[in-house]
Design a binder for this molecule. Structure first.
Ligand SMILES: NC(=O)c1ccc[n+]([C@@H]2O[C@H](COP(=O)([O-])OP(=O)(O)OC[C@H]3O[C@@H](n4cnc5c(N)ncnc54)[C@H](OP(=O)(O)O)[C@@H]3O)[C@@H](O)[C@H]2O)c1
Length: 391
């Protein structure tokens, strides 16, 4: 490949297109390490260059939290290299230009005072594509687009999120999380973990963190009746908007004294929504009792086997403003969501527990196309993370 120098006025030395391409590729690989924490957002990496050297790198690490550009600019300030020596900010994806969960990155770049930005790919969303670049150029910055970080490589989940069909019929990004025994059952033998717990304390702490990083947690009435979970976030420190708790309960069987309505001190508990079949409660007395207990009760259409229609449920979740949703249910609801193709991401904890009760999702896991798969350990548990349907 020919070395091509990119001359930008005011830089301490010209930029070299080949090494910028290599740096963008490297940042893309590094950013992918955070794919399961940021999805459905894109994996983005950024670097600040001074005299041709990388002085700081940054990444988008957690959904809803700061973007790579802001992380890299902060790291550059902390590096001690003075701003006058910063030549360029290199970023794998065009900086965002609109307010989301965080302020627009274009503002942070303009405020930093850096004069040149090198961009590795355009935003695939037609509503945003090119806007960040335009804004920076309009403010007098030099913006070089190299298209060296294709989203197919760095962020297939973001392409799937921006897919035409998905934008036409929007639904939240759904992460199905479950714990299973070595034989794939979701309920342990009665003699293990009070007949309820499969995974260890480290895994449970991870799930607590994951709960704090979604807009809503969805469960089924089967889980409410058997486990009576609270689905709260612990510890509550620093959580301003705990995730809503949604029970899919066709016939309004949720008990009014369920622990969902009784958070414990130190826990952050989001609002409770009970979603039932329209007309399931002829007299309205169950709905009234649940409302008095603190729930918001909603009626939706059913499917052909008289459960809730999951297409309706996902559209309803979207209308509530829920974008990243955690599905923490038993095998019945999990299987329905998986079969309907509405699960985008899985996190499965396998504890060192032989046997178990109920249906196993093991054969489902073996047969599925798990994409971008990651296998790791958490204490004594094996953890599998993967995307579904992103390619
Ligand atoms: N290991 C884990 O990660 C984990 C997590 C949660 C629960 N569990 C275990 O799972 C067991 C409970 O399992 P489960 O399967 O009964 O509970 P579930 O999957 O949480 O709830 C199932 C219920 O959801 C309702 N539902 C509404 N719409 C549905 C739809 N479209 N498709 C399917 N179901 C729909 C149905 O109730 P209606 O009949 O009223 O429609 C169905 O019976 C317990 O032993 C619990 O300990 C394990």
């Amino acid at each position: 490949m020919l070395r091509k120098e990119l001359h930008v006025a005011g830089l301490t030395q010209p930029l070299d297109a080949q090494s910028l391409g290599a740096l963008l590729a490297e940042l893309g690989v590094e950013a992918r390490a955070h794919r399961f924490e940021v999805a459905p957002n894109p994996c983005v990496g950024a670097a600040v260059l001074a005299a041709g050297e990388v002085v700081a790198r940054g990444y988008h690490r957690v959904w809803g939290q700061e973007h790579a550009e802001v992380d890299a600019l902060r790291a550059a300030r902390e590096s001690g290299v003075p701003l006058e020596r910063w030549d360029a900010l290199v970023v794998t994806l065009e900086p965002c230009s609109s307010q989301g969960k965080t302020p627009p990155c274009t503002e942070a770049i303009l405020a930093a005072g850096i004069g040149c930005v090198v961009v590795g790919s355009f935003d695939p969303d037609p509503r945003h594509r090119g806007k960040g670049i335009e804004q920076l150029r309009a403010a007098g910055l030099e913006v070089i687009v190299l298209e060296a970080s294709p989203l197919e490589n760095t962020s297939p989940q973001f392409l799937s999120w921006n897919d035409f069909e998905r934008r036409r019929r929007p639904r939240p990004w759904i992460i199905a999380k479950w714990a299973q025994t070595l034989t794939g059952q979701l309920t342990p033998p009665k003699s293990v973990g009070e007949g309820r717990w499969i995974s260890g304390s480290g895994s449970q702490a991870e799930v607590g963190l994951l709960r704090s990083r979604v807009d809503a947690i969805v469960t089924g009435i089967g889980t409410v009746l058997s486990d009576d979970p609270r689905l709260t976030v612990r510890p509550s420190a620093g959580i301003t908007a705990p995730p809503a708790r949604v029970v899919l309960d066709t016939a309004l069987r949720t008990p009014t004294d369920a622990r969902l309505f009784h958070a414990e001190p130190g826990e952050a508990a989001g609002p409770v929504h009970v979603v039932s079949l329209t007309g399931a409660d002829f007299s309205g007395s169950r709905a009234l009792a649940l409302t008095e207990a603190g729930a918001q009760v909603h009626g939706l259409r059913g499917d052909d086997v008289h459960h809730l229609n999951l297409r309706e449920v996902t559209a309803w979740l979207w209308r509530q403003g829920f974008r990243r949703v955690l599905l923490e249910a038993g095998p019945t609801l999990l299987a329905s969501f998986l079969d309907a193709g509405f699960v985008d991401q899985v996190r499965v904890y396998t504890g060192p527990v032989p046997g178990g009760r109920g249906e196993s999702l093991g054969s489902w896991l073996v047969a599925s196309a798990l994409e971008e798969r990651l296998d790791r350990e958490c204490g004594e548990d094996q953890v599998l993370e993967a995307f579904l349907h992103v390619r």
